[in-house]
Ligand binder design. Structure first.
Ligand code: DX5
Ligand code: ZN
Length: 218
């Protein structure tokens, strides 16, 4: 998987300039928008509902990568699939790391006609996903504790990326490997070398010149 995807996280977007910031992201050549849904329970923060996703879909042609940080991903996956998500990822921890439930939800999201993947928190070993990796379009590795933008990258998450890359190659699978949290020009390099092919970046993109920041992640 040689083509690198940059997914700016709208968590750090300046909402007083929504359209111009989205236009700038498009101009930067970033291909996806990362949309962090937090329910105030799975993580101690509260963010966006489906109406905002619908608005962003009208305001930008970019692919919508929805990251569900919620206690009930079964309920919310339908809501965000209907609102226009192109890809939905959910945390296996929210399903008690029960791979039967994870597998069923992946099937359900696929039946909605969109792509599906699973997220692991820093303390969750990625190897627990082995039984369901063949069903996934993407695996998302958290390199910070989920909940807030602007935290520091955890380098000890890099071996998860390498493991996923080797497993994909050895088993001829096709999932993408996404990394989320603390990505900047330096940590992007480490993540890419370890195997990431989708880079989420929030504060680094939106607290700098958007085009320059996206360029420097490539
Ligand atoms: C954190 C979110 C991230 C967040 C990343 O829970 O999942 O997507 O926006 O922000 P930065 O890039 O600032 O670490
Ligand atoms: Zn995220």
């Amino acid at each position: 998987m040689d083509d690198l995807i940059i997914a700016p996280s709208v968590l750090s977007l300046d909402y007083s300039n929504l359209q111009s910031q989205l236009d700038e992201v498009k101009k930067s050549g970033a291909q996806w928008l990362h949309f962090d849904v937090m329910d105030g329970h799975f993580v101690p923060n509260l963010t966006f509902g489906p109406d905002l996703l619908k608005g962003i879909k009208k305001a930008s042609p970019l692919y919508l990568d929805v990251h569900l940080m919620v206690n009930d991903p079964v309920f919310f996956s339908d809501i965000f699939a209907n609102a226009g998500a192109d890809l939905i990822t959910f945390h296996c921890e929210a399903l008690g790391n029960d791979m039967k439930k994870v597998s069923d939800l992946l099937d359900h999201i696929h039946k909605c006609g969109i792509k599906a993947g699973v997220v692991v928190k820093p303390k969750t070993p990625v190897q627990i996903l082995e039984p369901v990796l063949d069903k996934m379009d993407l695996v998302l590795v958290m390199s910070v504790e989920p909940g807030f933008g602007g935290q520091s990258f955890m380098p000890d998450m890099l071996p998860k990326l390498s493991w996923l890359k080797d497993y994909r190659e050895n088993h001829h699978l096709g999932y993408r490997i996404e990394i989320d949290g603390g990505i900047n020009d330096q940590t992007a390099k480490l993540a890419r070398e370890a195997g990431a092919d989708v880079l989420v970046a929030g504060s680094y993109v939106f607290k700098n010149d958007i085009c320059d920041a996206v360029d420097s992640l490539r």
